[in-house]
Design a protein around this ligand. Sequence first.
Ligand code: FMN
Length: 188
Amino acid sequence: MKDSFSRYFPGKGEKMIRNKDRKIAVVYFSLGGNTEYVIQRILETIGDGTAVDVIRLEPVRPYADAGPMKYIKGGAAASLGSRPQLKPYSFDPKKYDAVIVGSPIWAGTIAPPIRTFLLANRIRGKKIGVALCSSSGRADKCFSRIEKYLKKTEIISKLSLVDPAKKKSGGDLYEIRRFVREIMEARG
Ligand SMILES: Cc1cc2nc3c(=O)[nH]c(=O)nc-3n(C[C@H](O)[C@H](O)[C@H](O)COP(=O)(O)O)c2cc1C
């Protein structure tokens, strides 16, 4: 009998357990590439044996990704609770037993495209994992905000990393593996 860690992180020569009937949705927004980096590492950790749909959210009107306007406009949009229109995407919650949400922290809260998504898709009865990137590591308020949007659905795994694409640290990879393992174990 294998322990739950080695079921999902097989050793050399072992096969990943295939879980074809269940799907995971990975929904994220990234402006500067940090959340994108985390999502890529999450997908590598999940591996090919599990069906995953990746949904990258993009606002119809893109945010400035450099200069002072990046922080001024983006920060104002986040703190005012804006809900930008998103480019078309496909998300049918019935297809998934688990949803991973990835967002940068803007003005202490979730990035506006993620807010639009959570309000448009009231996700209930799923295993939810939330991965947040920030420059401070202060993520508690942002996790609570997301929990409010999810209403009665609990976040079963949380990940908070500080600008991980710059550091590419082993410690962050360890945390990412812990995050994925918690989601996989909750899926049974
Ligand atoms: C508009 C804006 C607001 C931000 N506000 C915060 C903040 O309140 N707290 C924080 O720790 N980092 C803040 N940051 C930094 C980002 O959360 C951080 O750099 C994150 O890793 C960026 O993720 P991304 O590269 O996927 O976009 C902000 C960045 C932007 C662009």
